[in-house]
Design a protein around this ligand. Sequence first.
Ligand SMILES: [Zn+2]
Length: 265
Amino acid sequence: MKVLSHSVDVLAATSGGWRIWSLSDGHVDMEANLLRDADDNPFPATVTADDRVRLSVNCFLVTSPDGQSTLIDCGAGGSWEPTMGRLEKVMQQAGIDPASITTMAATHAHEDHVSGLLTPHGHALLPKLEAIVIGEDAVKGFLAKTHLAAFQPLLEPVRDGDRLESGLQVVALPGHAPGHVGYALKTGEDDFLFFGDVVHVPALQFADPTVSWGYDDDQPTARATRSKILEQAAQTGTWIAGAHLGRPGIGRVTRDGAYVYEPAA
Ligand SMILES: [Zn+2]
C-alpha cells in the first residue's frame, strides 16, 4: 500500500490499482467503564464512573481498478453526538464526489455505522446510491431505524463468504452485534480487512484482546473474534482498517509477546 496523502481526517492510498481512503466521521466520548476484563469486570479496576474514552468513528472508501466505489460504513449522521456526522464535509475535503458512490457496505446496523446515510441536514449523503450491503442478521436492526425507512428497498443481505461485485468478500465477525461482518480485499499487492467493532480502544485491546466492550452483545464470542483477527493479521501482514481504530484507522499488527498495532501513517 502506498500512502498518497494523509491529514487528520483523510488518508488516501493506493494498492494494486485500487484506491483506498480512510475518512473520519468524527469521534465519540464514551464511559470508560464499558471496557471489561474476561470476568466482565470494569478494566482497569481503578476506572471511575466519570472516566471517558474517546472512540474514533472512521469510514472507508474503496474504488476498484474498473471504477466501482464502495463506502464501508457511513458514520452517525445527525443521529447521535454532534461530534460525529462530519463525513460529507470530509469527503468534500478529500475531493470525493458522493454521486460517484453506488454501494454502501455496512459492518452492522448500529447508529455510528449506518445513520450517516442521512447527513445532519437530513438529505441523502449518497445521491446515486443503488445498494446497501448488510449482514443478513443485521437487517432487523436496520429496519428498526425508522429514520432510515426510505433506504429499506436498497438492502442487499449478505452472508459469510459472499463476494460483492466490486471484489470485496464478506467475513463474519460474530460477537459485537447481530450480523456484524467485515469486508476483505485482495488487491494483488496487499490484503485488507475492513471492519466495524472488532477493536474499540486500540491503546488497550492490542496488548490484551480479552479486554472487551460493554456493548458487545456476546462478550466471549467478541473476544474470540478479536483474538482470531489479530492473530491472522499478525501472521499474514493483512492491513486492518477499523471504525474505532483511531486515526488513520488503518494499520498492521505485529506480535512481540503481545500484539502491537502499527498505524499506516
Ligand atoms: Zn461502532
